[in-house]
Design a protein around this ligand. Structure first.
Ligand code: PSU
Ligand code: MN
Length: 307
């Protein structure tokens, strides 16, 4: 466990880290901006439960009153979920001002990686990561999550990327930045709601032990940055590709009509897709996060074994 004057690691998380027990980080933008209340709070608590059932300690990460928090109470999770969009979405560039002003913040994948790394946590489970947006050749909208994966040593377990992004360009960007992209039990990049995208990943690994070994080597060699693991949504919860792709196309069109840009783009598209699919996408979203939490907990245990 590391010390940083801006960081509060919860006693339970601090104890687990001190004893080299498995800990899994979780983000809070998914709570405040990624799902509606009360499903967001229910899901956040269920995810923590799944991590415990699989032998690890959950560390949900956020900024509360200007403090970087690794490990939240139930009340803090409830507060973030209920407050929703009124909690600012905090990526790397937002962190300094939010902390200096003593504000609250919902942490994106990038900021959750930063705080996890400060606390000494190496594994992080979420739903989807940010990436290169469609049309980025003119908007230059590329998520800071990708840059963070290039520099901060945390393994991020997700369900691939939503096709609100340009998946091909996202993979190219990650390659340039030297970020390993691993398919868990698959050679194809899963597309979040569906198990297939038509794009290949660099490597397929099939067990938590293999994931831990690859990440361990990366760190021991001294290569900076993280690793992205894409874990396909379980078959029975996956959506019909035609339905979800049509919803995504419609959502993107609507965002262009309304001139949505910058940090509002991702939350806007997530909410719109949910609305168009009449809530089906939310059910899938919840299930894939639970699935990622389980894999993250098992991988964290393997990583502890490697010391
Ligand atoms: N993609 C999802 N669900 C999410 C996000 C992305 O499928 O909740 C959130 C994550 O917190 C991610 C952030 O880090 O959106 C990316 O936002 P931006 O594209 O503005 O960097
Ligand atoms: Mn963006």
């Amino acid at each position: 466990m590391e010390f940083n004057k801006y960081l509060d690691t919860s006693p339970e998380v601090a104890k687990a880290l001190a004893e080299n027990k498995p800990v899994v980080a979780l983000e809070s933008t998914i709570i405040s901006h990624g799902m509606p209340y009360p499903q967001n709070v229910e899901t956040a608590l269920r995810v923590e439960q799944v991590i415990r059932e699989n032998g690890a300690v959950p560390a949900t990460i956020a900024i509360i009153g200007g403090r970087l928090k690794a490990g939240l109470s139930k009340e803090e999770i409830e507060y973030l979920g209920k407050t929703g969009y009124d909690v600012p979405k905090v990526s790397r560039r937002d962190l300094p001002v939010i902390v200096a002003k003593g504000m609250d913040g919902a942490t994106t994948v990038a900021t959750t990686m930063i705080i996890a790394s400060l606390a000494g946590i190496k594994i992080f489970a979420t739903g989807g990561v940010g990436g290169v947006h469609r049309g980025a050749e003119t908007t230059m909208d590329i998520s800071a999550d990708l840059e963070e994966l290039a520099m901060t040593p945390v393994m991020v377990i997700c369900a691939g990327a939503k096709s609100i992004l340009d998946l091909g360009l996202t993979l190219e960007y990650l390659e340039t930045k030297g970020v390993p992209v691993i398919g868990y039990g698959t050679k194809e990049l899963p597309a979040f709601y569906t198990r297939k995208s038509g794009f290949s990943v660099d490597y397929e690994l099939d067990t938590p032990q293999e994931l831990a070994e690859a990440f361990h080597v990366k760190q021991e060699v001294g290569l900076r940055g993280g690793m992205l693991v894409a874990n396909p949504i379980p078959e029975k919860y996956s959506m019909e590709p035609d339905i979800i792709n049509k919803a995504i196309d419609e959502a993107i069109e609507e965002s262009r009509r309304q001139g949505i840009h910058g940090k509002d783009t991702t939350p806007f598209l997530l909410a719109k897709v949910k609305e168009i699919t009449g809530g089906d996408s939310l059910d899938s979203n919840i299930q894939l996060v639970l699935n990622n939490a389980e894999l993250a907990a098992k991988t964290a245990a393997e990583l502890c074994r490697l010391g």
